[in-house]
Ligand binder design. Structure first.
Ligand SMILES: [Zn+2]
Length: 201
């Protein structure tokens, strides 16, 4: 299937998750941009006719980890939207200038004041309807000195039996935890990738 922008040719009736990304003004000269397919391209872009700049929008990378201490996993209860009050693994948008593993360590520190050692890449999920790629690492929680950061209401170390499956914030988190527990049972951790699609309404 062709991307939505090509099929429809306009953003006026775009689904909300596409519309919120529409660029109106040039980030180089400030002029209003046009949305069209540049010569030699295949997708609609924000094109500035005043200065010639084409603004490309590409997916964002979310990095996170499964902090493990003994047989328990550290989870965070979100103090921010989306999914306020639900539980997640520490994760967030990668910053410029850092590696994926550094970003995962930083997020654990920001959300849970947790010091982790990254062990290996574990799951990679594409989430195309919101243009994100999520990379989750296996990691070791270095000590018990953790507490809720500003983005968390609560932080806990939980056993597999204590994971609040009905109160998890994101599908990425649920599927990563499912893989992790199954692999821990078998004793072999296998990296996985998958796609998470928009729920059909
Ligand atoms: Zn411009």
């Amino acid at each position: 299937m062709l991307p939505w922008a090509i099929r429809c040719g306009t953003f006026a009736h775009a689904p909300t998750y596409l519309r919120q990304h529409v660029i109106e003004f040039c980030n180089s000269c400030g002029a209003r941009v046009a949305h069209r397919i540049p010569e030699g391209d295949m997708l609609t872009r924000a094109v500035c006719d005043a200065c010639g700049t084409i603004q490309y929008e590409n997916p964002k990378v979310v990095v996170g980890c499964i902090p493990v201490r003994g047989d328990r996993i550290l989870i965070c209860r979100r103090a921010i939207e989306p999914r306020y009050g639900l539980w997640t693994l520490p994760a967030g948008f990668m910053e410029n200038g850092e590696t994926a593993a550094e970003g995962a360590m930083r997020e654990a520190m920001e959300e849970a004041h947790a010091m982790v050692e990254i062990e290996d890449l574990y799951t990679v999920f594409s989430v195309p309807h919101i243009s994100q790629v999520h990379m989750m690492f296996r990691s070791r929680l270095v000590n018990d000195d953790f507490r809720a950061g500003t983005e968390s209401l609560d932080v806990r170390l939980v056993t597999a039996a204590e994971i609040p499956w009905n109160e998890l914030a994101f599908t990425v988190v649920r599927r990563t935890l499912e893989h992790f527990l199954a692999d821990r049972e078998s004793g072999i951790f296998v990296p996985r990738f998958g796609d998470i699609r928009a729920p059909v309404r």
